[in-house]
Design a protein around this ligand. Structure first.
Ligand code: AMP
Length: 504
């Protein structure tokens, strides 16, 4: 049987596991020792299965190792380091975090948020090899490991309501998902992934890090996406693949010509794309540039990432589709909960070992999102006779900013607190590179004079930068849908900003 806890996933492996540009690799036995030591230190701090430990660490091998160690012995809750103090306070409280782990000496608003809430903080120090970490000054006690059913990872999803939902993923969920991805990509010990995806998002954690390790391969963890460094990394690290969101692929392509020499020597076996729709011309240009297949996959936090993927050759890839079910079962359901025949358009639903058992403390969301054991993704799609899935739209209002998901209600709730704002509706506007970006329509209080720039500055003080509306339209009235209700979906079109902005 496939392993269903992290320590089991890593046992008996040899060779390089974690790497970082310019640093020595950490091999599998050393990684296992790091994980065990951290497990004992967590136990020494009184932490074990079921305890949420928040991680706010810069992207890199330390974040990967901390995730692996905490997810082996407690519940890892990696948070976006770009959050504001208010956002950190919300997440730490919502998770009931028992401890916050930061890089030694790091200056981050997470520190003030944790102090305010009385959440104790531990610092992570790292040795010379990539991911060789230890908690500063923590005593050890016998470690307590997670079983398959314990929550190894919790992430928040951007709900359509202002309150993001907690998605718990068990050790068995994330191990299953890692195995599915490894299988789709035929990963093995000879593979090395170049990770540029953030390690507070399911894509980086599972599709890059855990999939690699589940196959005995290596993963080199960079500080994050950097189009200027990408070709240097290709030359230095010689990865066999990488996984990214479409905007990253696009940025890489624009620099490819200048790096023809590196490209000629690069031997990527495949490129993976997920988390947002990959435009077909980008897929084609990537394949022509790198001379390897581009595998578009369909992922989601609640599925511990992968739901579907295009197959490797010789099976056909179908550009414009997200491929075939690749892990869970995938079906199409109507609004009433009936499964639809092949070819019909409806909501994409999934069930399988990688799917979350349900949102935490949220019976309403669980009742809405699970039907007869199927999880409703909120994406609309259809399945062709060969089983390839095409995404047709989204039933939920979440904004997909090049893979970053933003809840429009969360932005509304901030803007409405500005004294000059009487009404606000945040919505997705098309963006040439990102697919979608955040926009807001605002009606001011009578006689108020705030302009878009002032409102954006107000939002920027309260929201992480990626959530701040790129465009704010000040209107005398917000257009309503046919039923007289405010509708976010289609608002960009109604306001005449539905055309992608060239050069944006
Ligand atoms: P997340 O939970 O951040 O991984 O976001 C999941 C959502 O991203 C899905 O429900 C889809 O709406 C979207 N998504 C993921 N992969 C793709 C893809 N290949 N094409 C289009 N949308 C995607």
């Amino acid at each position: 049987m496939a392993p269903s806890t992290l320590p089991d996933l890593l046992t008996g492996r040899q060779g390089p596991a974690l790497g970082a540009p310019g640093r020595a690799d950490l091999d599998y036995p050393s990684l296992a020792a790091v994980i065990d030591r951290l497990g004992r230190q967590l136990a020494g701090l009184g932490l074990g299965p079921g305890d949420a430990v928040a991680l706010v660490l810069p992207n890199g091998p330390e974040a990967a190792a901390a995730f692996l160690a905490v997810a082996s012995h407690a519940t890892a809750a990696p948070l976006n380091p770009a959050y504001t103090e208010e956002e950190f306070a919300f997440y730490l409280e919502d998770l009931g975090a028992k401890r916050l782990i930061l890089a030694a000496g790091a200056e981050t608003p997470a520190r003030a948020a944790a102090t305010r809430l009385g959440v104790p903080i531990s610092a992570v120090e790292s040795g010379a090899a990539a991911g060789d970490i230890v908690l500063t000054g923590a005593a050890e006690a016998p470690a307590r490991r997670n079983g398959p059913g314990d929550d190894a990872l919790v992430l928040h999803t951007s709900g359509t309501t202002s309150r993001p939902k907690i998605v718990p993923l068990t050790a068995a969920n994330i191990c299953a998902s890692a195995g599915h991805i490894a299988q789709s990509l035929a990963l093995g010990p000879a593979d090395r992934c170049l990770n540029m995806m953030p390690l507070f998002h399911i894509h980086g954690l599972i599709a890059a890090v855990l999939s690699s390790l589940s196959a005995g391969g290596a993963v080199t963890c960079t500080h994050g996406f950097d189009a200027l460094k990408f070709f240097g990394w290709l030359g230095e690290i010689r990865p066999s693949w990488y996984s990214a969101v479409p905007t990253m692929h696009q940025a890489i392509l624009t620099r490819a010509k200048r790096n023809a020499e590196t490209l000629a020597q690069a031997k990527l076996r495949l490129i993976r794309s997920s988390s947002a729709a990959l435009p077909v011309p980008v897929l084609e240009a990537l394949e022509a540039t790198f001379g390897c297949p581009v595998i578009e996959a369909y992922g989601m936090t609640e599925a511990a990432h992968q739901m579907a993927a295009n197959p490797l050759p010789p099976a056909p890839r179908k550009p414009g589709t997200v491929g075939v079910a690749a892990g869970p079962e995938v079906a199409i359901m109507d609004a009433g909960g009936a499964l639809l025949p092949q070819g019909a358009v409806g909501e994409i639903v999934i069930r399988g070992p990688n799917v979350t058992p349900g949102y935490r403390n949220n019976p309403k969301a669980n009742a809405e999102n699970f039907t007869e054991g199927w999880f409703r993704t909120g994406d609309q799609g259809e399945i062709d006779p060969q089983g390839y899935i095409t995404i047709r739209g989204r039933l939920k209002e979440i904004i997909n900013r090049g893979g970053e998901k933003i809840s429009p209600r969360e932005v509304d709730d901030v803007l409405i607190t500005h004294p000059d704002v009487a009404q606000v509706v945040t919505f997705a506007m098309p963006h040439r590179m990102l697919g979608e970006d955040v926009a807001a329509a605002v009606v001011l209080e009578e006689g108020a004079a705030a302009d878009a720039r002032a409102l954006r500055a107000f939002a920027a003080e309260r929201l992480a930068a990626f959530k701040v509306p790129a465009r704010i339209e000040i209107l005398t009235e917000i257009p309503k849908g046919a039923t007289g209700k405010l509708q976010r979906i289609g608002l960009a079109e109604k306001l005449g900003i539905a055309k992608p902005e060239h050069g944006a």
